[in-house]
Structure formats: C-alpha cells, structure tokens
Design a binder for this molecule. Structure first.
Ligand code: GLU
Length: 335
C-alpha cells in the first residue's frame, strides 16, 4: 500500500516511463567506452589467412557495440567497415531452418551436440555413427544450408540472404573478393560437403550447397549490423529497428542453447565458464553475444587465437558481461 502511494506520488511529478527508466538506469555507453579503451591496444593473435584475403584486413580495427532490445545503440570504435560475417552467419541460417521445419528437424537431421573439435573438423563426422554434429560447426552449417526449402541454387541463396537482411534490418551485400578467395580455397569444406552427402546427411547437391554456404560466409556486415542481428534474438525474434518478426519467439531458446554450447567451437566450455552468454564467433573477426530479453553485444577485431576466435572481441564481451552482471547463471567473474 505504502509503495503504491509512493509510486502514485512519483508518477504525479515524473512521467511514468521515466520512473521505471530511472529505477533501472544502466550506463551502457560508459561500459562500452571502457571495454574499447581497455582492449584496443591488445596486440595478440593473427588474422585468419587460410582464406587469403582475410589476412589483408587491417588488424588494428576494433569496434564494440551494445544494441538493446528496443533498438538503442551504444558504440565505440569501428562501426562502418564491412567485414565478412563468416561463421557468425551460422545461427541465423539454423534459425531459418527452424522457422521452416521446426527445431526437431535441426536435432534429427543435423544434430545439436558440441563436437569439442575445431570448426572445420572432418573427424567429428567420422567419430559418431549418427553423424550428429551441430549447425555452428562447418559440417552442420553446410547441412543447414542444404536443408533450406528451395527449388534451385538461386532460390536457396535468396532465402538465406533475405533472412540475414531481416536480422540486420537492411540489405546486405556479398563481398565478392572474399567469396572468390574463399571458394577457390574451399578444399576442406568441399570434403565436408561430400562426406555429409556420402552419409545421407546433406540434403541438396554438394557443390551447389558449398557455393551457397560460401556466399553466406562472404556476406558483408559492419559491427552495428551484427549488434542488430543479436538484438533481434534478444528481442525474442523481432528486429527492434524494423519491427519485423524473423523467428518465432518459441524457437529463440533452442537457438540460443546451441550458441551457448557450441558458439566458440572447441573453446565453447571456456567461453561459457568465463562469460556466461550464448554467442557466436567468426574468422572474419566478428562476435555477437546475446543477453536474452535485454540486449546484444557485438565486436569486430580481426586477430584470432588458435581456436579461431577474436581476441580483443572475447575480452571486451567478457568485460562488459562482468561489469553488467548479465551472465545467464548469475554474474560471472569475467576472467
Ligand atoms: N567460411 C569459413 C569456413 O568455412 C567460416 C569459418 C569460421 O568463421 O569459423 O571456413
């Protein structure tokens, strides 16, 4: 009763929205600025070079952004440079498969187990009789591309591209030089596509699937786009900027669960231990992490560690998650 009287009195002097905003005031901009300042001079790791053109991306670029579920953007550093999305695209295409066929199809036709092996492992497919991997390693991601309901290669690409656009809230373009550089050197992914096909775990023609997968990975995004893509997941599947529903809210938890268990390849355990957030990394230097129901944190910085994860990005997100106390299971130490 007393609380209600107090609220009524406050509401008379302040607009009600402001009462609640003030009750939960978090200075996102200050935390983003601190993360940027603290890690921008870290000089460890190296750009990916197995896709030759990625080695030419300036290594010192660094961007950090928080995008809230209502579309507010708090950023520091590089926001405009378009880098290739690479593996950060994988959960979004898995989401398209979920939207078209339901989460059970992802479980039975691809798998949802973390492999504990590197992103491009062929051994993961050989180890388990069920050939079960998950959509966030190359094998599972190539299988996800093959599962998209499509009647031609062009249609498959249009759907995947349209879905990435819906998550970003704008029309994205393929970085053709990245595509060519990657497709010309795609021997490992070609082997994976053919192995999957051999085991009945690829659902469209291997070379076409490989081309569409490589286009998906070569799609250009900037740090802000990546934040918006994550914020769409934080906002239960609705893009905060465009208001478009991209994924049924009922499927968001399954998607985030795969990101939590497999988003960092063979470093996924280490990541959850230290940051406590579902996230996905890519060899282009991007990372997106999701605080369900609240916001996304995205970073861009090309130098990677041995597991293929962006070093400055990982540190910045851990720091932000620790400062804001948003680890899923309670505040992680961030170390
Ligand atoms: N396109 C890259 C590949 O297939 C993605 C790898 C990654 O970002 O981890 O090798």
């Amino acid at each position: 009763m007393r609380n209600r009287l107090l609220l009524t009195a406050l509401a008379l002097v302040l607009p009600l929205g402001q009462v609640f905003a003030n009750a939960e005031k978090v200075d996102y901009q200050a935390v983003v600025d601190q993360a940027y300042a603290q890690f921008k001079d870290v000089d460890e790791g190296a750009n990916a070079d197995y896709i030759p053109i990625l080695a030419t991306v300036p290594s010192d670029m660094f961007g950090v952004v928080i995008v809230t579920r209502d579309g507010k953007v708090f950023s520091a550093g590089e926001m405009d440079y378009e880098f290739s999305i690479q593996s950060v695209s994988k959960p979004f295409t898995a989401s398209l498969v979920m939207a078209q066929q339901g989460p059970a199809a992802v479980r039975t036709k691809i798998g949802v187990e973390p492999t504990g092996l590197p992103f491009n492992s062929k051994m993961a497919l050989e180890l388990y009789d069920a050939r079960s991997v998950n959509p966030l390693v190359n094998a599972g991601a190539i299988a996800a591309v093959s599962l998209v309901d499509a009647d031609s290669e062009a249609d498959r690409w249009d759907q995947i591209h349209g879905n990435l656009n819906d998550y970003a809230g704008r029309e994205l373009t393929v970085l053709e030089e990245v595509y060519t550089s990657e497709y010309e050197e795609s021997w490992s992914n070609r082997a994976i596509a053919n192995l999957l096909f051999n085991y009945g775990r690829l659902y469209s023609e291997p070379e076409q699937t490989l081309r569409v997968y490589t286009r998906q990975c070569s799609t250009g995004i900037n740090t802000r786009d990546l934040g918006m893509m994550g914020a769409t997941l934080a906002n239960e599947g609705v893009n905060p900027a465009t208001g478009k529903r991209v994924l049924d809210a009922a499927h968001v938890p399954e998607l985030l669960a795969i990101m939590a268990t497999a988003g960092f390849y063979d470093e996924s355990g280490e990541w959850m231990y230290s940051a406590g957030l579902p996230a996905k990394t890519g060899v282009g230097g991007g990372i997106v992490a999701v605080v369900p129901g609240k916001f996304a944190i995205a970073t861009f910085s090309p130098p990677l560690n041995e597991a293929g994860n962006s070093i400055r990005g990982m540190r910045a997100i851990r720091y932000i998650a620790g400062e804001l106390g948003v680890g899923l299971y309670g505040p992680n130490a961030g170390e």
